[in-house]
Design a protein around this ligand. Structure first.
Ligand code: ASP
Length: 247
């Protein structure tokens, strides 16, 4: 984490130089393509969280996707602002146990495991980024290349640490696999922080969804608590007035 923090601090200067060099060779059109890359990726991430996750939740547990998304609000905001699945673990745990009624026995296993290996958002970014970089450099990918991108992006996302920016570092592995130039990373680095915030929110939403599916199948879920829209909201509120009265 220290190394990544160090890299992140000097990255803006390096990115500026790399981008200046790239734009002089590729041309200013690359800026429009970059905006398209941003929109495609952000849209895919949002669709994945709102359609795929909720679809799996509904199919395997029968629970309400809307209640699930509503209860994810705090954890999503925390993940969005920290861009770190690992830093969000306490909030994800709190959401799963107090708000969704998952037993601590299940959540304390699935949430930390998910925050370490389950990163759909990161895998999606690596796939889209690889295709974008190939197009920017006018390199045609074959069907076999696409298959290998899917496999390596999935493996690279498993190996990605749940801290800011590591997904981009692991992208080098995917680019290497299909013989794309690593300089391509510089192209997308400028817009990656915001995308990192979005994909981290997607990553932890996936962890919570899987936690619910596992808990439901193990009979370790309090469905009444899940359906109570205000569950877990007042848990931390200590009534000091009543306490001082009692003692
Ligand atoms: N920031 C992401 C996470 O913590 C990892 C990444 O894609 O860089 O989940």
């Amino acid at each position: 984490m220290k190394l990544v923090a160090l890299l992140m601090n000097i990255a803006p200067y390096g990115v500026f130089c790399l981008m200046a060099k790239l734009f002089t060779t590729i041309g200013l059109d690359a800026i429009y393509s970059l905006a398209e890359y941003f929109l495609v990726l952000a849209g895919t991430l949002i669709l994945h969280a709102t359609l795929v996750y909720t679809g799996i939740l509904k199919a395997f547990t029968g629970l309400s996707p809307l209640t699930f998304l509503k209860k994810m609000e705090d954890a999503v905001m925390f993940a969005f602002s920290t861009a770190s699945s690992n830093a969000t673990i306490p909030v994800t745990m709190e959401t799963a146990t107090h708000k969704m009624g998952v037993s601590n026995r299940i959540a304390s296993f699935t949430v930390p495991l998910g925050a370490t290996v389950n990163m759909d958002g990161t895998a999606i970014m690596q796939g889209v980024a690889t295709v974008f970089i190939a197009q920017a450099f006018n390199i045609d990918l074959t069907l076999a290349d696409y298959m290998s991108v899917i496999l390596t992006a999935t493996l690279a996302s498993v190996g990605t640490a749940g801290v800011p920016g590591v997904g981009l570092v692991m992208l080098a592995m995917v680019l290497n696999q299909v013989g794309l130039p690593l300089e391509g990373i510089a192209l997308i680095m400028g817009v990656d922080r915001l995308l990192d915030m979005i994909r981290t929110a997607v990553n932890i939403t996936g962890d919570c969804m899987v936690t619910c599916v596992v808990a439901k199948s193990e009979g370790a879920m309090d469905v009444e608590r899940f359906n109570d829209i205000h569950a877990g909201e007042t848990e931390e509120n200590v009534d000091f007035h009543k306490l001082s009265h009692d003692y």
